[in-house]
Design a binder for this molecule. Structure first.
Ligand code: EPZ
Length: 432
């Protein structure tokens, strides 16, 4: 197992280019099950979640291969199995998209309940209600979601919450159904739009993605085609928070500024400058400009994304004054707090609110990534902490960030990757 060893206290200067969106690609790869033909998917990020899905698809009989390091070729024409490997699907959350895709293609699906970032209980009842509205019978037996349908008929439904996963999964089950499906109170995230655009490129008839009413008119089959995945707006936000926290001047290329509006607003409120251009932004903060306190409340898109909540907490640890972070998407998402406290942060959690009292400095410590976004918040904190921080369990971080260490090194950060068994270096931090 690997860990990152980061020597903090240096401002960041340079530029990074975003990778393809994690939450888009983990929907698009399962969606290829619906396609009888060859799908060429471009701008695929090299992350653990993609590797897990690659393995699952191969086991199901998909003809899948890399054309180059960022382009996947997937042909599901000859897939006949609607059973996904139980242990493999437990390794990530997005494997649940296979339920909608297999149900849509075969009218049957046998997919184990998902795993992935388990910072809180994450049910899939909205997904199941959507499948049932389309005419499927769904049960969970021995940890496996069993879905069967004589036929799938378009239906109108209203989501209790604009769930990203449920919106996508229902879309996947509906594209080959008979008739019109209308999803009200749908999620509007950019990755939902990207998955809808992919399906339309393959012959689906989906309208309204990105609004809260999505209409899917069923078609008889989908054909192959080529599609390029959008850049990852959460990766953009992560580097924006890192630049604002460490100070310096960072250019982030290959962005879609529209997707970053709520993040840019909070990064600017913290005292950093955000300059916006067509497909890149520059985030800067002079080291003499203090970090200002900011209140953050996570909301469905276009509100401030929950996937950026922990990165903001890391930034605000050294703000002047008290910031309040309110998490409204998940019932709990503060599992990074104890680890930041090891670095000297002053955080108090009360229900779905985290109160961040700014402190003068953070100090390096041995900390552990609890999940993807909790882990990345530790990376940001380590970049600004005095001394050396060791982050273990980085496999969680590498689920969603492609070439993170190389990108940080290109910004002048002092980061090393070592084996877990390596002698702890943090003890050096105690030398004073
Ligand atoms: C997706 O998770 C993302 N994952 C998450 O990103 C992201 O945090 C989340 O959307 C919100 O934006 C992927 O896209 C693979 P939801 P998902 O359904 O689909 C409740 C990351 O860090 N809910 O929008 O699971 C749920 O418990 C990951 O990249 C139900 O109650 O999120 C939560 O409170 C973490 N029943 C809320 O709705 C359901 O059937 C929003 O969940 C579904 C969801």
């Amino acid at each position: 197992m690997k860990k990152y060893v980061i020597s903090g206290g240096k401002p960041l200067y340079g530029e990074v280019s975003l990778s393809g969106g994690k939450n888009a690609v983990v929907g698009i790869i399962p969606a290829t099950v619906l396609v009888k033909g060859v799908c060429i998917i471009e701008n695929v990020p090299n992350i653990n979640d993609v590797r897990e899905l690659y393995e699952i698809m191969e086991k199901m009989g998909a003809d899948i291969s890399y054309i180059d390091e960022k382009t996947l070729r997937v042909d599901c024409t000859n897939v006949v199995s609607y059973v996904a490997d139980y242990d493999a699907v437990r390794r990530l959350r997005a494997s649940y998209y296979l339920i909608g895709a297999l149900l849509g293609r075969f009218r049957h699906a046998r997919v184990g309940l998902p795993g992935g970032c388990s910072f809180v209980e994450r049910p899939i009842d909205y997904h199941i209600k959507g499948f049932e509205a389309l005419g499927a019978k769904v049960s969970i037996e021995h940890g496996i979601v069993i879905a069967d349908a004589e036929k799938l008929e378009g239906a109108s439904m209203n989501l209790d919450f604009p769930s990203v996963g449920a919106t996508v999964n229902i879309m996947l089950a509906a594209v080959l159904a008979d008739g019109l499906t209308v999803i009200e109170n749908a999620g509007k995230e950019p990755h939902i739009v990207d998955i809808a655009n992919f399906l339309n490129a393959m012959g689906a008839q989906i309208k309204g993605a990105g609004t809260d009413v999505i209409k899917i008119r069923g078609v008889s089959e989908l054909h192959g085609g080529r599609y390029e995945i959008i850049p990852d707006q959460i990766e953009a936000g992560t580097f924006m928070a890192a630049a604002a926290a460490a100070g310096g001047r960072v250019t982030i290329r290959n962005v879609i500024p529209k997707h970053l509006e709520s993040i840019s607003a909070k990064i600017e409120a913290s005292g950093a400058t955000v300059e916006e251009f067509d497909d890149y932004i520059i985030v800067s903060r002079d080291e003499n400009t203090p970090i200002k306190k900011v209140n953050v409340k996570t909301l469905p898109y276009p509100g401030f994304p929950t996937d950026m909540q922990s990165q903001m907490a890391a930034l605000l640890c050294r703000a002047q004054g008290t910031s309040i972070i309110t998490e409204t998407i998940f019932s709990y998402r503060f599992q990074y707090v104890d680890e930041l406290r090891r670095m000297g942060a002053n955080l108090t959690v009360d229900g779905n609110v985290c109160i961040v009292e700014g402190v003068e400095k953070l100090t390096g410590a041995a900390v552990k990534a609890e999940d993807l976004r909790a882990g990345i918040s530790l990376v940001i904190a380590a970049l600004v902490a005095e001394g050396i921080t060791e982050i273990s369990e980085v496999r969680f971080i590498e689920r969603g960030y492609e070439n993170l260490v190389d990108k940080l090194l290109s910004l002048g950060a002092n980061v090393k990757v070592v084996d877990d068994e390596a002698e702890p270096t943090v003890s050096e931090a105690k030398i004073s």
